[in-house]
Design a protein around this ligand. Sequence first.
Ligand code: PEP
Length: 258
Amino acid sequence: MRKIVIAGNWKMHKTRGEALELVETIRKGFKDNGEIKVIVAPPFTSLLSVSEALKDSTIGIAAQNMYFEKEGAYTGEVSPLMLKDVGVHYVIIGHSERRKYFCETDENVNKKIKVALEYSITPILCIGESLEERKGGRTFEKVEKQIEFAFKDISPENARKIIVAYEPIWAIGTGETATPEQAEEVHSFIRKKIAKMYGNNVASYAIILYGGSVKPDNAFSLMRENDIDGVLVGGASLKGDSFLEIIKAGIRVSGGES
Ligand code: PEP
């Protein structure tokens, strides 16, 4: 049985004080019944404060990026060792904004995933097609290639630890969401691809999130789909009340009370 995962990507938002305020609202409002996993991804500058604030909570902490070396002359980068040191459990890798603005390549994504796993940090791998690729009928081809690159030389034992987030680029921050049917079609394709690479067992446990303008009013219908195991939320995770509504939708989907 796969757990529903609700992750909030705060991107380059929130000073330390604002981050603590938001995390306190989430901590107070989230009644964990063991059915879902909630994760927040603050900017680097707030990771330590947020991890201290969540010390006695089940809410997981993610970084939004990481370098693939342990240490060295890499000005401006942050290593997996440093993330572990401040209490990080997850790391978002290959977000489309990093691919677009910071030259993140499929090769780097693969290296980062391997290193994250080596340090027992769970990677949240982001993949997804552009509007042009969707219109040109190349969605599956794009997603398939990204999966093949990202999982290159990764053992089945490690593959099962990777969370995949399908985030169609045209739906990120645009207010345009994939319909549950559009998203499910790609999620089911991703699961089948993982099954081809690693077998049915690994695929049946793989957690595949949807991301792209998820809001309180569409979260439930997306997560109700068979192969959508949760959501990666950008804009709507920046306010405690909307993120808590999405969490409640996750609890309802998992069959719990909210
Ligand atoms: C994201 O950046 O991962 C994202 C899904 O953003 P938004 O929810 O704002 O579209």
